[in-house]
Design a protein around this ligand. Structure first.
Ligand SMILES: O=C(O)CCC(=O)C(=O)O
Ligand SMILES: [Fe+2]
Length: 334
């Protein structure tokens, strides 16, 4: 695996991403392709989202750490831990599936959601996106919005999107484009131009790296060719995860949580047991990894609904009594 040059690292700081040709050699590409096939054979259910094996993660980890060190020296972006074990994104059905709707990824404009809900930090967060099956460099890439172009054409959106995650671009009812906030809910802001005017599509070959910060807006270019890309995620283990922030938010966030009720219940349980309002992602990640290894206790959606309801109720209680307490402590009130 290659390392970044200083000028490549600087691009991640300025634009949010960089294209590094020939990051993997042929042997590494074939090793990953075998691991992908193993995952396809082992998990027939899900067509496009498959886990990278622990063995592969251990192999790529030292190379990712070298990249992270260069990046920190040049830009101050600091990552030192794994977000999850990594996943393969395939934009086609790697295995016939009886479900008519199951297919490959074809994602519209978004900043990633799940990692932002849990880690609440998209700046000190990297996506190592590396196609290993890529028949045509001009097709089936990730299309991205560089921060420098966004800053020029829509400065307010650029300011609000920097360091954030869990948003998506939608067409406004009255024309134009808007950015939806799927973390705290509602509309974040207007996008002052058509995304196609500022988008960029790096033409990746098998083995190239597209290194993206977590706050970069991106989408699947197309599903015209069959492509597979593992994506490894690194974050900053010192980042703070707030219980209140995790429980806050709207319907889209709740929908994501209800997709993985056992995981989210465990996260809330862990923070509750620490009796703190915030924990570091390092503590939380270690705990989750242990629990996953053991097998997370089953949790129905109904049972998770009561957890989430309680967490939201707790926020409103804290808000109410918290304000009353502050008022009571004002000099005039004692
Ligand atoms: O592979 C794709 O087309 C989408 C990947 C993606 O959204 C991601 O890596 O976050
Ligand atoms: Fe994504």
């Amino acid at each position: 695996m290659l390392n970044l040059s200083d000028s490549q690292a600087a691009e991640v700081g300025q634009r949010g991403f960089v294209h590094v040709p020939n990051f993997l050699d042929q042997g590494e590409i074939e090793y990953l392709l075998r691991d992908f096939q193993r995952a396809v054979d082992a998990a027939p259910k899900n067509d496009y989202f498959r886990s990278v094996s622990g063995e592969v993660l251990r192999q790529v980890w030292p190379g990712c750490m070298e990249v992270a060190k260069t990046l920190q020296r040049v830009t101050g972006i600091e990552v030192d831990g794994v977000y999850d074990g990594g996943n393969y994104f395939a934009n086609y059905r790697a295995r016939p599936n009886p479900k008519p709707k199951a297919g490959g990824v074809l994602f519209p404009w978004h900043q990633d959601h799940e990692n932002y809900y849990v880690s609440q930090n998209a700046f000190h967060y990297l996506n190592f996106y590396i196609p290993i099956k890529k028949p045509d460099p001009t097709k089936s890439n990730l299309t991205v919005i560089p921060f420098d172009r966004l800053q020029e054409r829509s400065p307010r959106a650029s300011e609000l999107l920097l360091r954030r995650g869990a948003t998506r671009i939608v067409r406004s009812l009255l024309g134009g484009w808007a950015i939806k906030d799927d973390d705290l809910g509602g509309k974040l802001c207007q996008l002052d131009c058509d995304p196609s005017e500022i988008e960029v599509t790096p033409h990746l070959q098998a083995g190239d790296l597209l290194l993206l910060r977590g706050d970069v807006l991106h989408r699947t270019q197309d599903a015209e060719t069959q492509r597979v890309a593992p994506s490894f995620r690194m974050l900053n283990s010192k980042t703070n995860v707030s219980r209140k922030r995790l429980a806050s938010g709207g319907i889209v966030k709740a929908y994501h949580m209800f997709g993985r009720p056992a995981e989210y219940r465990e996260i809330f349980r862990f923070i509750q047991r620490t009796r703190k309002d915030t924990v570091t992602f390092g503590e939380l990640g270690r705990y989750l990894a242990e629990q996953r290894e053991r097998g997370l206790p089953a949790c129905s959606r109904t049972s998770f609904a009561s957890t989430l309801f309680w967490e939201k109720f707790r926020i409103s209680l804290l808000g109410h009594y918290g304000k009353a307490f502050v008022k009571a402590m004002k000099p005039g009130n004692v």
